[in-house]
Design a protein around this ligand. Sequence first.
Ligand code: KG4
Ligand code: ZN
Length: 336
Amino acid sequence: MSSRYIIGIETSCDDTSIGIVRDDMTVVSQFTVSQTTVHKLFGGVIPEIAARNHIAWIIPVLNSTLKKSMLDIDDISAIAVTNYPGLIGSLLVGVAAAKGLSIGWKKPLIGVNHLHAHIASSFIGKEKKPSLPYLALVVSGGHTSIIEVNEKGWEILGETIDDAAGEAYDKIAKMANLGFPGGPVIDKAAQNGDPLKYDLPYLLKHPRYSEEIVFSFSGIKSAVKRILDEQEVDIASLMATFQNRVMELIERKMKLALSLKNYKAIVISGGVSANSKLREIAVGLSSASGTELFLPDLQYCQDNGAMVAAAAFEDFESGRFSDICLDAAPTLRAVK
Ligand code: KG4
Ligand code: ZN
């Protein structure tokens, strides 16, 4: 049987990214236009600007991706697009483009959940997918969720009650004038700091949270702000302590989740999965629990089109297609 190729379109936040993935999970081509230089000026993503830039870039990105793939339109099996959750104006640009391609090229349309796409980013370039049931941590600028994926589908076991982990990195970097996005700069600064120098609280240490899979990062934001406001600060050490506290909570809750069932694999994905400390923790969790570890390559941790295509293969193989009325939605709950 000849190979199948799916186009994945990702515009849920501020990256315009389109990738073409083959059914063996290799990326044939991908282009991403990042808007970081624009949003950096504001210290965060401005939704209206993000949506307008997607409109400007989506067709050039599509043309470049197709050209680089050396494929014909006839070789493409389906058009996949992130349709939820995300910034609604941004999502609508991708969804409208995907619908246009689906109608014009007479190809099936597949709407993809952004969290699924992040999970699938860890399948790219791998020979096999994780065995079921597995535990997935999606940790990004919009989500911090522990998800069980099993034979019946997937279930969110726990998530953040306020900020996402990546959001905390971004907001703290803004407070400390370190730039945007905060994750990579804080991760780098933390390498040269003394994590014991500042007394930041451990997160969710109250016994009532001990058996709950839950995250909260707004308290640590205020604690960091107090230190920044009150004294001359050794930024590297403050960031090292902040990073340790965030990662300690993630590790604690992953251990709790792993104790609930005999999971066969762990998947850690989303923008924050590029974090050096989290990648170390992931290896430790996997060896301590005897589960296989799936981590995306660094280039597929941030939002990208290839992961959308990778996630769509299961639906494609089972003939689960979206109809042309496919909607976009800002939250996980709005669309099933
Ligand atoms: O998955 P992603 O590209 O977009 C969302 O779906 O949110 O994730 C972006 C997030 C940002 O908050 C960014 O600061 C964070 O990922 N991030 C990191 C690192 N690299 C990116 N956070 C911690 N450490 C990193 N090395
Ligand atoms: Zn994302």
